[in-house]
Design a protein around this ligand. Structure first.
Ligand SMILES: O=C(O)c1ccc(O)c(O)c1
Ligand SMILES: [Mg+2]
Length: 630
């Protein structure tokens, strides 16, 4: 598999772009004419720069408004093309993309266009240049790859071929399987892009909202399966026009891009077993059985505060690490670790972010395979020295810098709590509040990083993403999207903050980018849990009376349910599937909190309608801006 990315896809000047692209593992770049024009150096220098990075120029583009012109524009277009052929010689590339004509002057007529390409092919051949023709979704007369292919076929020149671009085909809802009947050797180049499904003008959608395969809603996999079926085994190139990427980190966007291609081709290989696809072997996406533990890094003082909170939540201190200052707190199937070590990863994490979740343990089908797949997708494995007799638990670095450890039942890892921990029983007996498991973990990040996280999780784990919802914080918008598996045993909500004045933005700023902002525990009986919490001294987040008046207007409640919701500050949602109950703790520190939920019936949501009221309530608890820390 030969990979490439268009220089328009990422931010920076040409030198920064090339460094990031090379570091991410691409083989080549599409040089966008504007990137070249804006560069203060000769075409030869650009060519040398590209090759010095170990890259090749896979394509020069775009050449616009060529075919089907009346005179004198027709002759001018040929002259323009000849100049670009010379330029390409100096750059050191032999393939140019000509996109379908959008000019109002363009006459149309499939044979006229074919004749133009026949002649251009002859001229290009003298320069050793090949021409690829791409149908823009908004082309004046040609806006479908089938028409572009017919023109290429009739042009009848060996150096004139077709370029397909997943965006143009899929945005127009053209069945990608129509590509299967095109000869693979007549496809000169393949451009890949995804996009969120938004109903808008095609050109605007394409120029501002494209994203990496797997990050959007288009069937890029179906498109690529069809391309692979033709026998095409040339370059796969990302051409991503995206406003956010243009302002983002060139390094991380390039890494995402490379990951998206490897993930895509791994998928295609599994779906098209009869087609040879040249992508490194790796285990299939990993099944997650559950969250085995969540680990906090803290100092002694904050560890005591956290332990106090866990105690009122009904957790018991039940284990101590055999060698480290690490405690295990437990209730139901929930394991919370508090790490106060003065060295190692948790300590660095504490120094960097303050008290925070530094590590999440996932129970997976195969821990070693998880690391293997993550590595193949460009994630960094993590290792730190383990003491004698302790388990070496497979781990990687997550996107935000936190760790992810993997436990499975097929090895000694299943006995982690017996091997690495000694039991302690020093708490009062039976203060369980009915918490059974982790329902979900909520991670907060800057909105620009959200797609990075999304691609990271969905490419490694057998999960899917829900549509994005906008959550209104009084100080700005927070976008929320969930990564979840079918069984509901892995649920991670991603919250992208656009303003640091939002609760989520404040949390990121004050914790220097730590990620887990809340953990939601499940109970089978929210009211029994609420009673038990009250008895153990838990103070819940106070929800406004107006909220309950509105609930009464929106839903019909039986018995005294509404009064009980109000009494315990429980938020409520209902859909065709079932019901959802949510109870919150106030903020801890700079915006971290706990949530307790009950799902009745197969309710799959997360109470999005309640989020604004929860945020407003949490913000009332947060220290006002400008005041010193408590
Ligand atoms: O938006 C454009 O003009 C444009 C140009 C070249 C391409 O390859 C493309 O897909 C879009
Ligand atoms: Mg294109």
């Amino acid at each position: 598999m030969k990979t490439s990315i268009a220089t328009v896809s990422i931010s920076g000047d040409l030198a920064e772009k090339l460094a990031a692209i090379a570091a991410a593992g691409f083989d080549g770049v599409e040089i966008f004419e504007n990137d070249f024009l804006a560069f203060d150096g000769s075409p030869r220098e650009v060519g040398r720069m590209v090759r010095d990075h170990g890259l090749e120029i896979s394509l020069f583009q775009p050449f616009r408004d060529f075919e089907g012109m009346p005179e004198p524009q027709r002759s001018r277009a040929f002259e323009r093309a000849e100049r670009k052929f010379d330029l390409m010689g100096e750059l050191g590339t032999d393939l140019v993309l000509i996109c379908s004509n959008v000019s109002p002057l363009c006459l149309g007529g499939i044979d006229r266009a074919a004749a133009d390409f026949h002649e251009l092919g002859e001229r290009a051949a003298r320069h050793g240049i090949r021409i690829g023709y791409e149908a823009l979704a908004w082309g004046r007369h040609v806006n479908d790859h089938r028409d572009a292919w017919e023109i290429v076929r009739r042009a009848d020149q060996p150096n004139v071929g077709l370029i397909v671009d997943s965006f143009h085909t899929l945005a127009r809802r053209i069945d990608p399987d129509t590509i299967r009947s095109i000869p693979g050797d007549r496809i000169f180049f393949v451009q890949l892009a995804d996009a969120p499904k938004i109903d808008m003008d095609l050109l605007y959608w394409s120029r501002h909202f494209r994203n990496m395969p797997g990050e959007g809603d288009l069937d890029v996999t179906g498109f690529m399966r069809a391309v692979a079926a033709t026998g095409y085994d040339g370059v796969l190139s990302l051409e991503i026009f995206n406003d956010q990427f243009r302002g983002g980190s060139p390094k991380s966007i390039s890494v995402d891009g490379h990951r998206s291609l490897v993930y895509l081709m791994d998928k295609v290989r599994r779906l098209e077993p009869g087609i040879r696809i040249d992508v490194p072997p790796m285990p299939d996406r990993i099944d997650v059985e559950g969250i085995e533990f969540v680990e906090f890094a803290a100092d002694e003082e904050e560890a005591a505060t956290l332990a106090g909170m866990l105690t009122t939540l009904g957790f018991a201190r039940s284990g101590r690490h055999v060698a480290k200052d690490v405690e295990l707190w437990r209730q139901g199937a929930i394991n919370i670790i508090i790490n106060t070590e003065r060295e190692g990863f948790a300590h660095s994490s504490y120094v960097m972010h303050g008290t925070n979740v530094c590590d999440i343990g996932f129970r997976v089908s195969d821990a070693a395979a998880t690391v293997e797949r993550a590595r193949a997708l460009g994630a960094d494995p993590f290792e730190q020295p383990v003491g004698p007799g302790e388990l070496n638990i497979p781990a990687i670095r997550g996107v935000g810098g936190g760790l992810m450890h993997f436990i499975d039942s097929g090895s000694d890892l299943a006995r982690i709590w017996d091997i690495d921990f000694r039991p302690v029983q020093d708490g009062p007996a039976n203060r369980d509040t009915g918490l059974t498991r982790i329902d979900h973990i909520a991670q907060t990040m800057n909105y620009e990083e959200m797609l990075t996280w999304l691609l990271f999780y969905t490419s490694i784990f057998s999960t899917s993403k829900t549509p994005m919802v906008d959550v209104v914080d009084p100080a700005g918008l927070v976008r929320s999207q969930v990564i979840e598996n079918d069984a509901g045993s892995m649920r991670i909500t991603l919250n992208g903050a656009e303003s640091r004045r939002t609760l989520a933005g404040h949390f990121i700023a004050e914790s220097f980018g730590s990620a887990v902002q809340h953990i939601a525990f499940a109970t089978d009986d929210i009211f029994a849990t609420a009673e038990a919490l009250k008895a153990s001294g838990f103070v819940s987040l106070v929800i406004s009376a107006n909220y309950y008046d509105d609930l009464a207007a929106r839903f019909v409640f039986e018995d005294d349910m509404l009064a009980r919701l109000r009494e315990f500050n429980i938020l409520y949602d209902r859909d065709e599937q079932g019901e959802y109950f949510q109870l919150y703790s106030p903020n801890y520190g700079e915006g971290f909190f706990f949530e307790i939920v009950e799902r009745r019936g197969p309710y799959r949501g997360y109470g999005a309608a309640n989020a604004p009221f929860r945020i407003a309530a949490l913000k009332r608890h947060l220290r006002p801006p400008g005041l010193p820390k408590r």
